[in-house]
Every structure is written in C-alpha cells, then in structure tokens.
Write a protein that binds this ligand. Sequence first.
Ligand SMILES: Nc1ncnc2c1ncn2[C@@H]1O[C@H](COP(=O)(O)OP(=O)(O)OP(=O)(O)O)[C@@H](O)[C@H]1O
Ligand SMILES: [Mg+2]
Length: 234
Amino acid sequence: MHVIEIDNLCAFYGKAQALSNVSLTVKPGETIAIVGANGAGKSTLLDCIMGLVKTTGTIRLNGEDVTGLKPADMVKRGIGYAPERFNLFPHMTVRDNLLVGAYTARDDIEENMAAVHRLFPRLAEREWQETSTQSGGERQMVSLGRALMTSPSVLLVDEPTIGLAPKVCAEIAEVLKRLSAELGLTVIVTEQNANFALSLASRLYVLEGGHVTAEGTAEELAQDDQLAKSYFGA
Ligand SMILES: Nc1ncnc2c1ncn2[C@@H]1O[C@H](COP(=O)(O)OP(=O)(O)OP(=O)(O)O)[C@@H](O)[C@H]1O
Ligand SMILES: [Mg+2]
C-alpha cells in the first residue's frame, strides 16, 4: 500500500489555477522530490496535502481518504510540515519555537525534544538563543526540528536549501537521510535545486506550471536530454 496517494489534484487561488490534475504516490519509507521552478506550484502542493489549501481530486493517507481535512487533523494523523521560509517566531528562543510545534503532540514532549537535539546538536547548544539572531542554516534546523516535535510518520519539507551555502545544504541532506534510514520516515521534499533532490530522493516528479510533466527515478529522468538540461545541469 502507498502511504500517500494523490489523484487528479487541482487547486485554485480565485480564478487562477495553481495545480492541474496532479497525481503521485509515495511508498512507506520512501523519499520523493518535487522539482520545479518559482511558481510551479510546489508549496501549493504541500499546502494541499496539509489541508491548508482547498482542492478537488483525492488525497489518501494509508488508504484513508483525507481530502478536505483540517491541518490539525493531518498533524494528528502523523503528517509533519516544515514550510518554506520557516515561519518561525523570530523573538522567541529556539526552545520555545520547538515547543510551538509540540502543542498537539501525542507523545512525551521532552522525549521528542531530546530526539531533535540528537539530530541537531547545534539546537541543544543554542536552546536559549532567539531565532532572529540565528544563521539561515540554523533556522532551517529549527524549522525541521519543529516539524518533528509531533513525531510524524510523514514529513513534508518545502525547499529546505533555499538561500543556504552548499556545506549547509549537505548537512540538511544528511539529516533528511537519517530520518528516513533510522526512523523510517516517509519524506516529500520540494526543491529548485535538482542536484540536491537527486542526492536524496529515490524518485522525482517535475512540476511545471501546476502540471506534473515528468516522473521517474534519477536515472530515468537523466535520459531525457531536455529535462537534464533544464533541471540537472547536464
Ligand atoms: N495565496 C495565494 N494567492 C494567490 N495566488 C497564489 C497564492 N499562493 C500562490 N499563488 C500562485 O500560485 C502559483 C504557484 O505558487 P507556489 O507558491 O505554489 O509555487 P512554488 O513552486 O512554491 O514557487 P517558489 O519556488 O517561488 O516557492 C503561483 O503562480 C503563485 O503566484
Ligand atoms: Mg514555494
């Protein structure tokens, strides 16, 4: 069975259509990437899965139709979301920002906090730092950590490498790989940085103007010259 199965998803902002008949599947423990340029609909797709944007079509989670459920219901069902541009509270500490993520947590909060600190030792060292004074990479860690505070089984990550130096991107990739390898998390990550996506994901979907225009493994997609030129710098 698929963890996530999306069929013919459409989303509109007023009259403007942001997603057109998007279909995709994700297997348990798999990491998939949604690759696309600015405005392709990547954030909208994750917002739809999370119940933040109204859709037509169906979204199934472990076989259950969850289309139209509210974000809090999705959190209860085990979806964690690290949105684009973090949405942290800048004048709160690292610890308090993480606690915000835990307000609907089902499990022991301090246990989850300890798990986040193991993944990101830097956040343990900087527990009392205001996030406004952190580097971009550190803030991305808080954002991921906050999404993990509800111990999700599926993690949605929107453009984690945006504005980050290559070395920090590599650190983020390492953590996402550990989440999948050690905790068995299923991950959907969106990216403009196709090479970062390739380093993580077993399969990729290319999103253009709200349409899925290609899908497959890295090897499959690399065989398409046009695609390779546009997205993989080949
Ligand atoms: N709240 C909104 N109201 C109106 N239009 C929106 C809204 N959010 C997104 N859009 C439009 O929907 C389309 C898809 O936007 P979306 O943010 O999903 O793209 P994206 O792939 O995440 O882009 P980026 O890489 O820049 O984050 C764009 O044309 C955008 O202008
Ligand atoms: Mg976006």
